[in-house]
Design a protein. Structure first.
Length: 270
């Protein structure tokens, strides 16, 4: 639970109208007290893409790619969604995220039309894998940076399905404690997006007090509509000898595999 009950914000964002949103302290990340964790703004963009896709009868967000140009400050944000191509069964969107008059992120997204399909029995690799430990049976765990400031660790509840958080490859369940936008229940896609950017953190192999391993992008691919409040990241970090790296997460909901997420890392000694 929150370590700062007094004057605690109750949502990550407040909608101001016309694509503008006020950020709260619940979006704060671990790298700088004035900067957001990328998960909440990526989820906010996902929300805008969902709304744009629904206008064309497209209800599945198959891919969301975030190019993170600058740290996102905890301030008023503006989101602008533009359709690049809209077809019968799929649409591509481009999104611009702006803060303090500067472009801080550009995004692309693919939305698809859903239709009923019966998966034949006996297909190789099917039924799809599940997480061996359900969220109900997983043990609560906190981020190492929890409690220093109101932030992302207050926004998210986390439980361990496998391994150790910030101790290499592991699987961690995530659930939002607060709404993404004030007065709204987050969609399942938004729940995935707010968690998926944590893959490089939970699977960290370096001491974050001595090193930074910030991701400069995030790509989420989803094979089906996620379900429920809990999202699991089964994550692993790979480091190169060139100051670069890759974090890769297999994504699950309580019913099984839903997709994957990848992040390109910039690795530096602090």
């Amino acid at each position: 639970m929150s370590h700062h009950p007094a004057n605690h914000p109750t949502s990550a964002y407040t909608a101001l109208g016309a694509g503008h949103y006020q950020s709260s302290e619940l979006t704060r990340g671990p790298w700088h007290p004035d900067h957001q964790h990328a998960g909440p703004p990526v989820a906010l963009v996902c929300r805008a893409v969902e709304a744009a896709a629904r206008e064309h009868g497209l209800t599945h967000i198959a891919r969301l790619t975030a190019n993170l140009l600058r740290p996102v400050p905890i301030c008023e944000l503006q989101i602008e969604v533009k359709p690049v191509y809209v077809g019968r069964n799929a649409a591509h969107f481009a999104v611009q995220l702006t803060a303090n008059g500067k472009e801080v992120g550009v995004f692309t997204a693919l939305a698809q039309r859903e239709s009923e399909f019966v998966v034949p029995d006996g297909l190789p690799g099917h039924p799809l894998p599940t997480v061996p430990v359900s969220p109900d049976d997983a043990k609560p765990v906190n981020f190492p940076f929890a409690g220093r400031h109101v932030g992302y660790s207050d926004l998210m509840e986390t439980r361990t399905a496998r391994g150790h958080i910030f101790g290499g490859p592991c699987a961690i369940w995530f659930r939002m404690r607060h709404p993404l936008v004030e007065g709204e229940t987050p969609s399942a896609y938004q729940r995935v997006a707010v968690a998926a950017d944590s893959g490089n953190g939970i699977s960290a192999v370096l001491d974050y007090e001595r090193y930074s391993f910030v991701n400069t992008d995030l790509t989420i691919n989803l094979l089906r509509h996620p379900q429920g409040e809990w999202i699991c990241l089964d994550a692993r970090t790979y480091l190169g000898a060139n100051g670069c790296g890759l974090a890769e997460s297999t994504l699950f909901d309580a019913h099984g595999l839903i997709g994957r997420a990848t992040q390109s890392l910039v690795v530096r000694a602090r």
